[in-house]
Structures are given as structure tokens and as C-alpha cells.
Design a protein around this ligand. Structure first.
Ligand code: GCO
Ligand code: MG
Length: 397
């Protein structure tokens, strides 16, 4: 089952996606997602110039060996671009292996631990009444876990209140004020809890915006609201910081969407500093590494919460849902959804129903690409916004 062809397909059905398509001599093909939002073409070049020449003629069945070959063989290990490129190869090879076996991928990953995966969408509002309306609409669609992001009085366009963060042209600039946020967020979350009651799981993403002591204060102030989690309260490169937040609060913490290595996760898991690990197959080196991270996390009863913002392509959702179906410590799957054009470009077996996602039973991960449709949506350079404090200091987006 040698690899005959590998090519990168770049398209923008509503937003940019980079997809690797690998085909074997026997005519089977598999897909992997390589999208790094705002830096897409760096992964394209990495794949086309450096990875694809090494893939041609290789045995598509040797997934572990290929992973090690690309990881160790590069010498310069890790980082989001390298790991997204490795992820695309890895997920495409798992797709091919499962198709060759005639099985849905979750069967190869150990078989089903559950039939459907709890998921959460994003509720957004420019203010509390608008957010309440959105929450009511999402509850009407059956969701039982909901992420809440709300406009902050005095600040224009807070994180999470726009459906699409990416912008054509140069990066947009957003203002941020930690104190304004800290005055508002606990009140906003309390209002939402009072409206929805205790049965709905409520999540909130701080998006790396606070200092450690501010994060500890917020986590403590919202403790009695029993959030499902507080996400990324601070940038998590420095694990000491999370230790400090943890000492002050029992509010569950979810961290890891920007991590790309098991070593980024290790101390947070082994010291029980988090409750949910947010790595995804696309940004953390594919199923081969994310499965290892999830298995490590299981030893500390930490559960998975694979990143599922709109910039994770339907291919990554396919991979994540098959893995989530098999893992004993699956926790929840983020489900931001995709624009209709993306659904046209990526036919998929996975589906939403009643607050949950299902993987489908198609062989492989169940997501394909319609290349004719993809060609109608050409890549356009776009960026995530950057964030500045009110005095102009550049902050964490
Ligand atoms: C989330 C994330 C996203 C990221 C985005 C960056 O929790 O869904 O924080 O909204 O900002 O994926 O590309
Ligand atoms: Mg997040």
C-alpha cells in the first residue's frame, strides 16, 4: 500500500482551509487537515517543499514510523507549523488505514466507548440581553452545554462576540481592558446562570487575557456558579502561573488549544493543574500524538475537550470525533460549526443531533473533499485580530 501521490488543496469556503490528500497505488485516498489560522501558507510550503517528497513511495500503513520520521527526522522539532504538517499526514494515513480495513476509524482506535459525543456551541451577544436570546435559541436546538461570550461595556467588539474572527486585509485591532472585563464578567455569568438554571452546562473562554492574580480572582469569584469550565484564563506557556490560579479556586480549568506537543501538556496533567485538555488532532501532531496525550491525561482523570473553533476543518472534526468515540476519558467536543460553503466542499459522515455529535459509520474518518467545489472558493490571505490595552500596549489576542 505505497503512497503514489500527495497534494495540498487550499480553499476558502467561508474561511481558509489547508487540506492534504494522500493517495495509494491501490487507489485509496485519505485526507488530513493542516490549517493554521492566519499562517496557512507556511504549512503549505512546509508540506509541498519538505514533506511530500519524503512521502512518495512510502508504505502508507506505517503510521507510527512515518510520524517519527517526520518528527525526529526534521531535527528542528515541534512548533505549530511543523506539527500541523505532521498532523495532516498522520490523519490522512489513519483515514487510509481504516478505509483499507473497511472500518470506521473509531474501530481501529479501540472501538466505541460511547455512541455520541456531548458538544458545546458558542453563544454570542453584544450585551447580556442579546446573549440571553442566543442562549435561548441554542437551547431550542437541543444544546445542553453552551459557551458564553459577551460584549463588555466600554469596549468595542470583545473576543467571541463575532462569528468570524478572521479578517481579509491586515489584522484588525481590538481594545482590551482587564479591569473592565473583571468588573463585568462575574456579573454576566451570574445573570446567565440565574436564567438557565443549574441543568445547563456553562463554559467561558478568557482567551489568554488575564494576569495570574486576576485569573485567580475571577476563578474564585465565579466558583459558586459551577461553570463547566473557565478556559485559557492566562497564556499557559508558563505552568507556574496555572499552579497559582489552582491554589485559589475549584473552578474547573480547560487549557491547551495552542499546544502542539505532549511536553506542553505534561506538567499541567501530571500536577493535576487542569481538568480538560484542549489539544486537537490538527495542531498537536495528529491522532498519533493526541491519543498519547489523552491516555496520559486519563491517569489523572483529566478529560478531553478537543478544540473545535470554526478554523478546525470538517476533516479535523471527523478525526476528533472518531477518537472521542473511542477514548474512555472523552469529556466534551467544542462545536463552533462551519458556513454552508464549507459543508458543500467537505461532504461528511459526522452529524449533530440533540446536543451531541456522532461520528458516522463510514470507513475512515468519514470526511471527503469535493475538489471542484473547493476550486470555486480560492484562498484569500486573512488574519486573526491583534489586541491592545487601552494605552496602546500590545496584549494577548
Ligand atoms: C476557541 C478558540 C478560538 C480561537 C481560534 C484561533 O476556544 O474556540 O479560542 O476561538 O481563537 O481558533 O484561530
Ligand atoms: Mg479557546
Amino acid at each position: 500500500m505505497n503512497i503514489r501521490e500527495a497534494r495540498v488543496i487550499i480553499c476558502s469556503p467561508g474561511r481558509n482551509f489547508v487540506t492534504l490528500r494522500i493517495e495509494t497505488e491501490s487507489g485509496l485516498h485519505g485526507l488530513g487537515d493542516a490549517t493554521v489560522n492566519g499562517r496557512e501558507m507556511a504549512v503549505v510550503a512546509y508540506l509541498q517543499d519538505h514533506v511530500i517528497p519524503c512521502l512518495l513511495g512510502r508504505d502508507a500503513g506505517r503510521i507510527e514510523d512515518t510520524w517519527q520520521y517526520l518528527y525526529r527526522g526534521a531535527y528542528w522539532r515541534g512548533g505549530p507549523i511543523t506539527m500541523a504538517a505532521i498532523a495532516a499526514v498522520d490523519v490522512a494515513l489513519w483515514d487510509i488505514k481504516a478505509k483499507a480495513a473497511g472500518m470506521p476509524l473509531y474501530q481501529l482506535l479501540g472501538g466505541a466507548s460511547r455512541e455520541r459525543m456531548l458538544c458545546y456551541p458558542h453563544a454570542r451577544g453584544v450585551d447580556v440581553p442579546a446573549l440571553l436570546d442566543h442562549v435561548a435559541a441554542l437551547r431550542g436546538q437541543g444544546y445542553r452545554a453552551i459557551r458564553l461570550q459577551c460584549g463588555i461595556p466600554g469596549l468595542d467588539r470583545a473576543y467571541g462576540t463575532d462569528a468570524s474572527q478572521a479578517r481579509r486585509g491586515l489584522p484588525a485591532e481590538q481594545l482590551w481592558d482587564c479591569e473592565a472585563y473583571l468588573r463585568f464578567a462575574p456579573r454576566m455569568l451570574r445573570t446567565m446562570r440565574e436564567h438557565v438554571g443549574e441543568e445547563v452546562d456553562l463554559l467561558h473562554d478568557v482567551h489568554h487575557r488575564l494576569t495570574p492574580i486576576q485569573a485567580a480572582r475571577l476563578a474564585r469569584e465565579v466558583e459558586s456558579l459551577h461553570l463547566f469550565w473557565l478556559e485559557d484564563p492566562v497564556p499557559a506557556e508558563n505552568h507556574e502561573v496555572i499552579r497559582m490560579i489552582r491554589q485559589h479556586s475549584t473552578t474547573p480549568l480547560a487549557i491547551g488549544e495552542v499546544f502542539n506537543s505532549i511536553h506542553d501538556c505534561r506538567a499541567l496533567i501530571q500536577e493535576q493543574l487542569i481538568d480538560y485538555i484542549r489539544v486537537t488532532p490538527v495542531h498537536a501532531g495528529g491522532l498519533t500524538q493526541v491519543r498519547r496525550i489523552a491516555d496520559l491525561a486519563a491517569l489523572w482523570q483529566i478529560r478531553t475537550a478537543f478544540h473545535g473553533a470554526g478554523d478546525m476543518s470538517p476533516v479535523t472534526y471527523g478525526a476528533a470525533l472518531h477518537l472521542g468515540r473511542a477514548l474512555s476519558n472523552f469529556g466534551i467536543q467544542e462545536f463552533a460549526g462551519h458556513p454552508p460553503e464549507a459543508r458543500e466542499v467537505f461532504p461528511r459522515a459526522w452529524a449533530y443531533a440533540d446536543g451531541h455529535l456522532t461520528s458516522g459509520e463510514a470507513p475512515g474518518h468519514g470526511v471527503d473533499i469535493d475538489e471542484a467545489a473547493a476550486a470555486r472558493f480560492p484562498y484569500t490571505r486573512s488574519y486573526l485580530p491583534v489586541c491592545r490595552l487601552t494605552d496602546g500596549t500590545l496584549w494577548n489576542y
